[in-house]
Design a protein around this ligand. Structure first.
Ligand code: SF4
Length: 456
């Protein structure tokens, strides 16, 4: 369901391959696998014998990269990016990967995440006479790395990591290297894999699976990995507590991915089961909001022994919807995307499961649709805690004033959306669902406990 969700961030991939003819093609396949992480623009940057060439466009990966373009992008090392803009405007200029020059140095960089001290760094670099090609924080990271790298790239990245604050998973290419970097809290994921042609870095394991790669391991929070041919060097620079984004498990990541060794699918199924234990209610059917609530709804059904049914059918081919002048027309948008199955719903007490409520507008319309179709009762169960705070780490959250959970009690929200009952998964329940009590998660959008001080 795409109407009322936090928006995904970006996705990155990097490949070091022994066959320079297939590298860009494999990046293309990998980017397709992580297309869900950003649909505004995509790009591929190749490093052939230390010479950089790239192609990027607004739009979807499969529309941008034709065979001829991929053939022209040659080299053993390449990086790719899909973007949803969280800082900087949605312009081709801000599309990634970036090729960044500073004095005599050039590097290619793709970034997933968001810095929180961008203004301070930009002001400082501006004073030094730096000219920027983009309005995004990712460019500042590349400039700092180039600036701090004298003879040693690891030292350049380490000094940059000391300077920048926020969330970042980076794939970088310079000289004859592919480099992966994860921020000291590990807010954004980055995983290393290997197939018969070489090494692959990616935001999610599904991008590695599609290339027939075995997962080697996750890049650790605060780690820099340098890949050169078959050699890998690793450097660790953190004493911070890790804080992987819990929303990766709730909604962002593909269910067939594993993030920091946790199956996203199992975490969603578990979330549904725990939700059934924490907030049971008598009902006839468990229905999902497709597709975001599907796996948790199945978990809820398994745990409660209340049958699961598809009560809402999603139209997958709705094109652009327009800004509608009246509320009635705006409400129609939900019906364009979801059609209730009257025969299933009529006369039934429904437990409707979704992964989150952000503004509440969509859920209100869905409840109204179900009731109009004859549902006797509609009980909403949400497989994550209530979203009450903005994210500063690369996830597009509305201003707190527009988050229904930030401004209303649970009972108020229930009244606003017109449900018979409403309950959310607890924060402890979410952690338990992710299967490992040692897995430190960021839960700041639920409880305001940010893993670092939020500055400008
Ligand atoms: S605040 Fe929420 S969305 Fe942002 S990183 Fe933390 S858990 Fe993820």
């Amino acid at each position: 369901m795409i109407l009322d969700k936090l928006k995904e961030e970006c996705g990155v991939i990097g490949i070091y391959s022994d066959d320079e003819k297939i590298t860009s093609q494999n990046i293309y396949y990998g980017l397709n696998a992580i297309q869900h992480r950003g649909q505004e623009s995509a790009g591929i940057l190749m490093n052939k014998n230390c010479s950089i060439k790239y192609y990027k466009e607004m739009g979807l990966v499969q529309d941008i990269f034709k065979e001829k373009i991929l053939k022209d992008l040659c080299g053993k090392i390449g990086i790719g990016h899909v973007r949803y803009s969280t800082t900087g405007e949605s312009l081709i200029n801000n599309a990634q990967p970036l090729s960044i020059d500073y004095k005599d140095k050039t590097l290619g960089l793709a970034h997933n995440g968001n810095l929180i001290n961008t203004k301070e760094i930009r002001d400082e670099l501006e004073k030094e006479g730096c000219l920027f090609k983009t309005t995004i924080d990712s460019e500042l990271i590349g400039i700092l790395i180039n600036k701090y790298t004298k003879d040693n790239i690891v030292e350049g990245i380490r000094r940059t990591m000391e300077k920048i604050k926020g969330a970042y998973a980076l794939v970088i290419t310079c000289e004859d290297k592919l480099i992966g970097v994860r921020d000291p809290h590990g807010l954004r994921p980055l995983v290393l894999g290997k197939n018969e042609n070489g090494y692959i870095l990616g935001s999610e394991s599904c991008a590695l699976n599609v290339l027939g790669a075995d997962i080697v391991r996750n890049i650790n929070p605060g780690e820099i990995v340098i890949i050169k041919g078959n050699e890998i060097e690793s450097y660790n620079f953190t004493d911070e507590k890790s804080a992987l984004c819990s929303f990766e498990f709730v909604y962002f990541a593909r269910p067939d991915s594993e993030i920091d060794n946790q199956s996203v699918y199992m975490s969603r199924l578990n979330a549904g089961k725990i939700l059934a234990r924490e907030c049971s209610v008598e009902a006839d059917l468990v229905v999902d909001v497709p597709d975001s609530g599907r796996i948790a709804a199945m978990g809820y059904s398994q745990e409660s022994n209340i049958p699961f049914a598809e009560g809402l059918i999603k139209n997958r081919y709705v094109g652009r919807t327009f800004i509608e002048p009246t509320q009635e027309r705006r409400d129609m948008k939900v019906q364009l995307k979801l059609n209730p199955l009257k025969k299933i719903i009529e006369g039934k007490r429904i437990i409707l499961v979704d992964d989150s409520i952000v503004r509440g507008t969509t859920m209100k319309n869905i409840v109204a649709l179900l009731k109009k179709s004859g549902a006797r009762e509609v009980h909403i169960r949400i497989s994550s805690p209530s979203v009450k705070h903005s994210c500063f780490f690369g996830i597009d959250t509305p201003d707190e004033s527009r988050l229904i959970g930030a401004n209303n009690s649970v009972d108020n929200i229930r009244k606003i959306i017109g449900a018979d009952s409403l309950a959310y998964l607890s924060i402890d329940g979410l952690k338990e669902a992710c299967g490992d009590s040692n897995l430190n998660l960021c839960t700041a959008c639920f409880n305001g406990n940010y893993p670092m001080e939020i500055g400008n």
